[in-house]
Write a protein of this length. Sequence first.
Length: 344
Amino acid sequence: MILKINISLLLLLFIVCEVRSQIIDTVCAGDINVIYSVDQHAGSTYQWNINGGRIRSGNGQATILVDWFSQPGLYHLSVLEKNILNCAGDQVEAFVLIRGKNFKVNYPPQACINDTVIITGNGGDRYLWSNGDTNSSISIKLVRDTSMVIRISANVCGIQTDSFPIKIKAVKNPVASFSPDISVFYKDQHVLFNYMGSPLDNVSWELEKSTYNKIVARNINVTFIDTGQAYIKLVSVNNAGCRDSIIKMINIKDEHIFMPNAFTPNGDKLNDEFKAVGHGIKTFRMTVFNRWGEEIFKSYSILDGWNGFDKGDALPSDAYGYSIEAIGNSGKSYSFNGSVTLLK
């Protein structure tokens, strides 16, 4: 092929001026011996500049032969004429479009298990996937490491075809799991939550009715500041960006201790013992005295009560004193004295 680029020269006071033109040419990738030519003027030299190809012959002349490379795209071509006086004119510019296969496949090299992955072929007229699909894009749910092939064809400078192997690694998701250091939760109680997953995971928490609403940390130590139901949400993300989450509901109780003012140890199994009633009590000590201040009963558990006996003998109806010392799960101390009436 011959591309004519016309340059008119006007000599005025030994200064050269030219008329410019811009030309678009289209070739096939790998074309050789493509002719480009401008008008020949006696004594002039021509400096050519080619991108995307190489000058086979003729540089310095009005006509050159060009071998184009195989990479498709839009490339720049220019020529500068200098007359016999070595006066230069403006450059004539042109752009050459190299047509050819420019196939590409876009896909992630890895993704999380159960993610939907989109794989897209580009640059073709026809597509054939190893699973039989003929669309330019397909989506798959990744359940394991996956390999497949896409065949892309296009009618550019003749039918051209390429095959592309595709491999996508399936990355395991983290497991969002945590364990508190207690099983029953109380208001004003300090609780340590330990993350049970990989030490490389990034971990964030959301907690209701606690000293932290949101916090990023592997293990957290929190205090619950209200009672009732509350959720704890954990989100873990591994270094591949895969994530997992879990939400647990807990019931936050109110820590307290209560002492009755009377009991009836008559064997009817109704109110037969004098004992404390409470929730969230960690340590407990109760001492019972008679009216002369003599110790007649001692307990170190809130579950153990006094049955109205002293050294095997049933005591008479009377008012008896008691002293309570206790510490709750929250760390709060309880200390009080009172009296209880034994009724028969």
